[in-house]
Design a protein around this ligand. Structure first.
Ligand SMILES: CCC/C=C/C(=O)SCCNC(=O)CCNC(=O)[C@H](O)C(C)(C)COP(=O)([O-])OP(=O)([O-])OC[C@H]1O[C@@H](n2cnc3c(N)ncnc32)[C@H](O)[C@@H]1OP(=O)([O-])[O-]
Ligand SMILES: NC(=O)C1=CN([C@@H]2O[C@H](COP(=O)(O)OP(=O)(O)OC[C@H]3O[C@@H](n4cnc5c(N)ncnc54)[C@H](OP(=O)(O)O)[C@@H]3O)[C@@H](O)[C@H]2O)C=CC1
Length: 271
């Protein structure tokens, strides 16, 4: 049996985190750095990536801000190959980059559909394809895909994102089975409403919308990027989660299970 010596020990390991310049991606990158791992954060806006890298370096690790649009398969391939060559290894990939906005399906333009599906579904595949080759060659690695529960229950108003996240879930299970015998684990993390600027602007831009979201969470609160990042660290840690692959860890305060219809939702019994 493998001894567990520290809460999460990523010392000597290397991770790529897409969308690592903000929100959940930044928290995951920093949680990895706290565990002693080197990290490369990927996104389009250099300034926010550099901020994350600067914060990560405070933990004594090597951190890099890499500007790259995950929709560009060639650029993704070149970046991943370069990171693996620079560090001599690649242990983890977190596919966290996403785009989202609320639109009735009948009003959504083909361009709007494509923008979200290209980032979430195609971008995840390009990154996983490029990183997976290095991981398979080394016989070890962990891929973590950040999805949302509407991947399996759907959600009116976000057909592009729900369909793309559903595709990522199917991709996760497919690759988990394809790669399990070769040392590479692939899992999903499904956060509930998390206080980030991106999600706030895209999904609950008004106080009324925010209250509506809050009312949908049985736990009665939003979560934080840091709380989500703890679950990410667990799934990325091969010593703790080494036998977990193809699964989804849902961190949503019970949101997708819904609230009581026959009671006020605060107690299991009568209203
Ligand atoms: C439970 C929750 C789970 C999930 C949470 C999250 O993901 S939170 C994470 C949230 N974080 C983020 O979302 C951060 C990243 N988000 C982004 O970068 C942008 O929001 C992006 C996804 C639009 C991509 O940007 P870009 O520069 O590549 O794209 P662009 O500006 O060139 O537009 C492309 C197409 O989209 C159209 N369109 C755009 N907005 C709207 C709208 N509101 N309405 C309708 N349509 C809209 C636009 O008209 C155009 O279509 P057209 O005219 O060509 O047919
Ligand atoms: N917050 C929430 O309530 C929930 C979030 N999620 C998921 O969590 C993840 C993180 O979301 P959150 O932190 O809230 O949102 P953010 O908007 O803060 O994060 C999205 C990140 O993706 C990056 N990104 C977007 N498009 C691209 C692209 N084309 N290429 C590279 N990077 C890109 C952005 O950086 P840049 O603009 O610089 O490219 C940004 O850093 C997403 O997968 C989201 O779907 C799931 C459920 C709930």
């Amino acid at each position: 049996m493998t001894a567990v010596t520290a809460p999460a020990d990523f010392a000597g390991q290397v991770a790529i985190v897409t969308g690592g310049g903000s929100g959940i991606g930044r928290a995951v990158a920093l949680r990895w750095a706290v565990g002693g791992g080197d990290v490369v954060v990927v996104g389009r806006r250099t300034g926010s990536l550099e901020e994350t890298a600067g914060l990560a370096e405070r933990y004594g690790v090597r951190a890099e801000a890499a500007a790259c649009d995950v929709r560009d398969a060639d650029a993704v391939g070149a970046l991943v190959d370069r990171v693996a060559a620079d560090h001599g290894r690649l242990d983890a990939l977190v596919n966290n980059a996403a785009g989202n906005f609320v639109s009735a399906a009948e009003d959504l333009s083909p361009g709007g559909w494509r923008a979200v599906v290209d980032i979430v579904l195609n971008g995840t595949f390009y990154c996983t394809h490029a990183a997976g080759r290095h991981m398979l060659a080394a016989g070890r690695g962990a891929v973590l895909n950040v999805i949302a529960s509407y991947a399996w229950h759907g959600h009116p108003g976000t057909v592009h994102s729900a369909a793309a996240k559903g595709g990522v879930l199917a991709m996760t299970r497919t690759l988990a089975a394809e790669w399990a015998g070769r040392g590479v684990r692939v899992n999903c993390l499904s956060p509930g409403p998390t206080e980030t600027e991106g999600a706030g602007a895209a999904l609950w831009p008004t106080d009324e919308a925010r209250q509506r979201v809050l009312a949908s969470v049985p736990a009665g609160r939003f979560t934080t990027p840091e709380e989500v990042a703890e679950s990410a660290a667990f799934l990325l840690d091969g010593r703790r989660a080494g036998y977990v692959t193809g699964d989804v860890l849902t961190v949503d305060g019970g949101q997708w299970l819904g609230r009581a219809v026959y009671t006020d939702g605060t107690r299991g019994g009568g209203a």
